[in-house]
Design a protein around this ligand. Structure first.
Ligand code: GDG
Length: 491
């Protein structure tokens, strides 16, 4: 955290994302504050707590408008206010066109290549451009200085860097793309590929999780735009402006001793988790935690559970996967089809292997509180992540952070960015049912000493490569660029 303060040295910081870090909802008991299920919020929020500033986001809660002051600002977090939250209020049409349409039916499947066809509607694109303009106006109006540090988050805002740059040429714009970047051929099917790339190149720094995503981005620019690329320095110059393309693997806040001391003992978590589902204390449990999204490989996970039980009938009645699937983008057809397909598959598996009170696949299609998640991570024998493609995946890192008892096995998809950092997990190809089923069995039968050895090493990695390091490295590079620009301006 000290790194953040050193590098910012009093600079003004603004964050822009679609998702708001806190949602204010009206309930019969008054206004309650909720935290959304979002990897982006999980990662960026602790950074904002540490460096304060302003966060601009889409206001989506039913009581968001009721809590703002005359300047349209609410101070958050509610328990210990350290930074301002400013909302952009979108109309239903804007939200449908920009967010559900272009961002989530177009860019999300385009970048994930998970065999769901992207949809590109001209009307969605028009809304995407319009909403990017509205966010740019809000950011520009919120800036108190002419050279703030602006952290633009994710695929909802590909055009924002350039739009901000036109009005605030001295700003340091750091754009972080939280999802994968595909190869040039795949990206090339987007009718507005050149506009998107130009928009992103308004950034001073453009960050991805992995080097592979950076390489894909540089190759894509090389294919579709006239620019100067310096491979050695990983920079792209367009219209005389240079953008650094670099990987910054995102992470989580590593819990301190005080936070850990508030956790219930793992034995208590084990018992609670099993009792909640009427399972015996010795029942083997794997946990899955995802947004209910077709990229997360939950169907492949179900296939692996079925195959594991076929191969090891002694596990029937003794093992269950508890899958938390937080509802997400449910108004989109592809998400509804996926939810229906998964529910049918789970019913089949449970009919085939279940008994009176026993279900091998327990599907909880609802959002859970974060304290419950911590207890479930601590109480499970294994955590399974089978994303078909994932920028990073924070669930894997949360599980590791929760296991200060040095037990528990992580099964991790080779297609999650996290796999590059966490080789001591059981790495699987989720499309390979046999391999994933075998890894699940290996996890459930792994000797305690081997679990300890693996998790100890994983914990050392995540503790060091935490979210402050992610933000710190980006800000360090930004500070470096600012110093250079100031020197050049004086020459
Ligand atoms: C994107 C990229 C990248 C989930 N269900 C509940 C809940 N969650 C929380 C998890 C975790 C977060 O949501 C999910 O983060 P992931 O990283 O796994 O995935 P995405 O949301 O797809 O995030 C991803 C990330 O951005 C950051 O750059 O890693 O690759 O796709 O924190 O714990 N939280 C609560 N209840 C739930 O039911 N409270």
């Amino acid at each position: 955290r000290a790194l953040l303060h050193n590098d910012l040295q009093g600079d003004e910081v603004l964050v822009v994302s679609n998702r708001e870090p806190y949602i204010h909802e009206k309930t019969p008991n008054g206004i309650v504050v909720k935290r959304p299920a979002s990897g982006l919020v999980t990662a960026v929020e602790p950074v904002m707590r540490a460096c304060s500033g302003t966060w601009v986001a889409h206001g989506s809660g039913s009581a968001d408008r009721d809590v703002v002051d005359a300047n349209d600002v609410v101070m958050v977090p509610p328990d210990h206010p350290t930074y301002s939250l400013k909302r952009v209020w979108l109309t239903r049409e804007e939200e449908e066109g920009y967010y559900y349409g272009f961002a989530n039916e177009g860019l999300w499947p385009l970048c994930h290549i998970a065999h769901v066809r992207p949809v590109f509607r001209v009307s969605d694109w028009e809304y995407y451009k319009e909403v990017n303009r509205r966010f740019a106006d809000k950011v520009i109006a919120s800036a108190r200085t002419d050279d703030p540090v602006i952290l633009v988050q994710d695929y909802h805002f590909a055009l924002l860097p350039q739009l901000i740059r036109e009005k605030l040429p001295r700003a340091t714009i750091i754009t972080f793309w939280h999802i994968p970047w595909p190869n040039p051929e795949s990206f090339g099917i987007c009718p507005w590929r050149a506009e998107l790339l130009r928009g992103m190149l308004g950034s001073s720094i453009l960050g991805f999780h992995t080097r592979f995503h950076c390489k894909n981005f540089i190759d894509t620019v090389d294919r579709y735009l006239e620019t100067r690329i310096e491979h050695e320095h990983s920079t792209i110059t367009l219209d005389g402006r240079e953008t650094l393309i670099k990987n910054y693997p995102i992470s989580i806040h590593w819990p301190d001793e005080q936070e850990e001391s508030a956790w219930p003992e793992t034995e208590e978590c084990r018992r609670m988790l099993r009792r909640n589902f009427n399972l015996s204390d010795s029942h083997l449990v794997a946990i899955g935690v995802d947004r209910f999204d077709y990229t997360k490989g939950i169907l492949e996970r179900a296939n692996a559970v079925e195959r594991m039980l076929e191969k090891h009938p002694d596990m029937i009645g003794k093992f269950s996967l508890i899958q938390i699937a937080a509802p997400s983008r449910s108004s989109l057809d592809e998400y509804r089809y996926f939810q229906e397909r998964l529910s049918r598959r789970v019913e089949e598996i449970n009919r085939r292997f279940g008994r009176d009170n026993y279900q091998p696949f327990i599907l909880l299609a609802e959002h859970q509180g974060s304290e419950i998640l911590t207890r479930y991570y601590r109480g499970a024998d294994a955590c399974i992540v089978t994303s078909l493609h994932d920028g990073m995946n924070l669930v894997s890192k949360e599980f590791i952070a929760c296991r200060n008892d040095m037990q528990g096995v992580l099964i991790l998809s080779q297609f999650a960015g996290a796999a590059g950092e966490l080789p001591e997990a059981l790495i699987v190809n989720p499309y390979h049912v046999e391999e994933t089923a075998d890894a699940l069995y290996q996890a459930l039968t792994m000797p305690e000493a081997e679990q300890r050895e693996r998790i100890r090493s994983l914990r050392a990695t995540v503790r060091e490569r935490n979210v402050y390091r992610w933000a710190g490295f980006m800000l360090q590079d930004a500070a470096h660029a600012r110093r250079r620009e100031r020197i050049e301006a004086r020459l």
